[in-house]
Design a protein around this ligand. Sequence first.
Ligand SMILES: Nc1ncnc2c1ncn2[C@@H]1O[C@H](COP(=O)(O)OP(=O)(O)OP(=O)(O)O)[C@@H](O)[C@H]1O
Length: 651
Amino acid sequence: MLYHNSGSLSSSSNTDTLAIDQALSLREDGKLKELSTNRHGRLLFTALLENFCQLYDSDPSRSRRLFTLICQTLKRIGIVDEEYIEELAGIRSTYQSALHHLITQARGVLFEEDQGKQAPLPIERYIPERSYEELQGALQRISASSNPSSSQQHSQPNSFTSDPWLHTKHSRYANDFEELQILGKGGFGAVYRVRNRVDGAEYAMKKIFPTFQQMPYTKIFREIKSLAKLDHPNIVRYYASWLENTSEIVPNVHKPTLSSSRMIQGLESLDISREDSITIANKEDSLYYDDYSNNDSIIFAAEVSGQSDNIYIQKASPEAGETSDSYHDRDSASKYGSSYDDIIEPPGDSSVRYTSTIAPLNCFILYIQMQLCTDDLESYLFRRNSRVSFPLSTIDAQIHIDLFRAILHGVIYIHEIAHLIHRDIKPSNVFLAKSLTVDRGSVPLYSYRDKENNDLDNYTPKLGDFGLVIDNEGKTLESVSFSKDLQHISPMDATQHVGTMTYAAPELLDALASHGNVPVSEAIDVFALGMVLFELLHPFDTAMERASKLRDLRQGVLPDKFIENYVCESSLILWMTARDPSKRPMLSEVLKCNLLPSHVAEVSFEKPEAMFPSQSIGTDNRYLVKIIEENRQLREENILLRNELERLKKK
Ligand SMILES: Nc1ncnc2c1ncn2[C@@H]1O[C@H](COP(=O)(O)OP(=O)(O)OP(=O)(O)O)[C@@H](O)[C@H]1O
């Protein structure tokens, strides 16, 4: 049975009813059932095969290689899919564990029979015949007998459990990684600094707690694999992903901030329920997460029931009336003292529902292993703004233009080479990796960490958090965090919430406000980058100032002083943030612009000449002149409107 955790589980809720209806209709779908049966069969098969390989070779690494080799062969002839070999290893171990219990139990029954005792339950009930439903029946019984009170009636000789080939596989995460520190928590999980026990290197590990999306897990793996193919110095490297079922303590990592937090219904344990299904369910009285997202939270409903598909990630409908949060926490509070964003939080949104609950979960966790980055652009800008005032010195301006250029290289790579659109470009999603040498894509930057040390260090900006990527042919890589940030916001919210909305292109907000189709276009990223360029070149003294100037820019208005200081850059920013997406430049055009002279260590691409022909756009360009004129007009209109507003307020 599928469950969802849309905040309120009241069955009277329309959204809940809808989700349940959807789940029911899925169940009725014979094809899905067939698919599900197929998957269980394959999982069971690979579980047995893995154990079988362990029988042939007691050396764990050799038996593993043997297993992989056989699976690769079976994959070629279509018997198993790629995902069953690596990513589902954790799930496979559940099957191994279940089979282990099953056999142990059955042997216990035989043992008792041999002793002339009456078996407590007929053996047929323990041994599956052909269908996995019967296996589930057995699993259910085993589950019941595994609790201390009932297990006694089925006690068996200890020697059974020491069968070497029955040893179950342990968590890949626990085996291969040492967890060092929590880096922060996003809407759907937490990110940890970890050390790989094998190569000794440190990584960032994102653990996505059971989430919910209308997408089979295999698709998620495929998508993450596509991210793993991205190879560019200005893109965070993705290494691997896999799913495990695990008993985990959900960390409560957030410090209370002014950001509103939400509760998401937590997840009950992996439950072997009466319907003979393994289900991750949530309950009314379930656990709390501290969260910044709205409630279209996500669960994995992992069913081994014959009634529905097995492991599905399905989006829950948010409750009516829920709005998006404004600025994310992003741990600026916890890392750097008072949060930069907190100050611009709309006053009405300051309720702190911080929960200290530590929730034990038995659930599926999606692990995503990424490159570890020690800093991010948002934190950097926060530090810089506390040290430097507008206008930047010529040298500082150049440093930040170089930084922008490096980010641009990364985004161009994802647009032109990977054919993806990021859709969530913002300073907190641009990480900064320090390097000792001048690396490809790196820029010299002051870190502003240490008052005494004003040396330039090399940093490589890296675009990360690909939760929102979409392929530019419009085939959605269904966005995880997108819905969290932007869905179900009223136009009022869109204008009030400076935070998350700051970098979102207007057409995106319009589409969301009118519940229309979300546009798929590179222009969305161009807009966001234009906003980022302005922020890079304009230090703000206060968060209020930042909020108001970024809001003005969204209306097409730049501060006079900024235009005076950066005429060409202003033109570029206004071009990139044009309200009409069709009027925005392509990023390759932005790069051609002679406003962005290259001080960045050049990066080579597959098709460099196609992407970066040298052609300059100067101030005499008629398009730029037109933009400056439009900006002047807009500013005048804006002043008139503000005066009018003031006049009306006074009445
Ligand atoms: N590769 C990484 N290296 C270092 N820190 C990281 C890395 N990826 C994410 N983080 C940090 O981990 C924290 C949580 O990241 P996560 O992507 O889960 O959430 P978010 O980006 O804050 O929000 P959301 O994904 O919900 O939009 C953030 O503070 C982020 O800076």
